[in-house]
Design a protein around this ligand. Sequence first.
Ligand code: SF4
Length: 356
Amino acid sequence: MIERHVTRIIHVGPLPIGGDSPIIVQSMTNTDTRDVDATVSQIQALAAAGCELVRVAVLDMAAAESLRAIRDRIALPLVADIHFDSRLAVAAMEHGAQGVRINPGNIGGRDKLRRVVDAAKSHGVAIRVGVNSGSIEKDLLRRHGFPTPEKPHALVESAMRNIGLLEEMGFCTIKVSIKASDPMTTVSGYRALSRRTDYPLHLGVTEAGGLVAGTVKSSVALGILLHEGIGDTLRVSLTADPVEEMPVAYGILRALGIRSRGPEIVSCPTCGRTRIDLFTLSREVERAVATMKSNIKVAVMGCVVNGPGEAREADIGLAGGNSVGIIFKKGKIFRKVAEDELLAVFLEELKKMDQS
Ligand code: SF4
């Protein structure tokens, strides 16, 4: 049983984050934010795959001014990612950003930070304090050294200092992230931070890598932290289409028994008994279930001899044979189908179950 660390609740737009709200899955677009059509289309694809909050990079004034047009066409709360430039943060909020991710310490001094905070207060915008191992202040690095799993202090102190800057200005609608590219530094950093603050924490491993490396690092770091009850929102950063982050994020949450979204797929690794192209079948089934909503369990198994038995807890499954496959439900044969029709018939049956 996971006992969740107690955090206060903030809202990004209408979305609650922290407290006992569900752990939110978020992502970031990789389109040019000034290209409204491309950005909206990627956000819609992310939303269809389960993303619940989206961040866009705001590099210049034209990008900030695009936010209104983007927000008008999407249903997800919109966060602007800003580095260094307070004018962009203020403009982003004036044009509809419901959250901004900044590093208060490098936004240009107290006066400029004050303008950002005033804009956040008047527009009801949340601020994410986004510290990562590359953005730590020099004096903290001198004092604590570069963050490591044994000594993550510089990350934590940087976050606390940045939180303090906002609190001094009477601003508390804050969430915090302290990302490192090393998974175990990320773990020890968030552990230490969660003992120091009750603001909601956004989890992530920065520069995690491509689909395989990024999935492994994020699963280890986020899995450990979530299991310890730490984390209110998360992003699985991958060097890939951001839509690919969604099944990984939900896979981590599902494996921990925290949240599930859509069908769960179990599939066998194949062996010498396999007489069917199970890799293609499995990929196609994965693609088909990505936008389904029900929590059914789906099995994709390589042989009729062992498949249905090994996956008897699945609500529905397929198993390959010699030019003929079977569809089974709860371990019992439901239909035999010629191999070349197996996928189509199976997907049809799957769709019916998802909609029932
Ligand atoms: Fe091998 Fe059949 Fe088990 Fe798949 S289900 S691993 S093909 S025995």
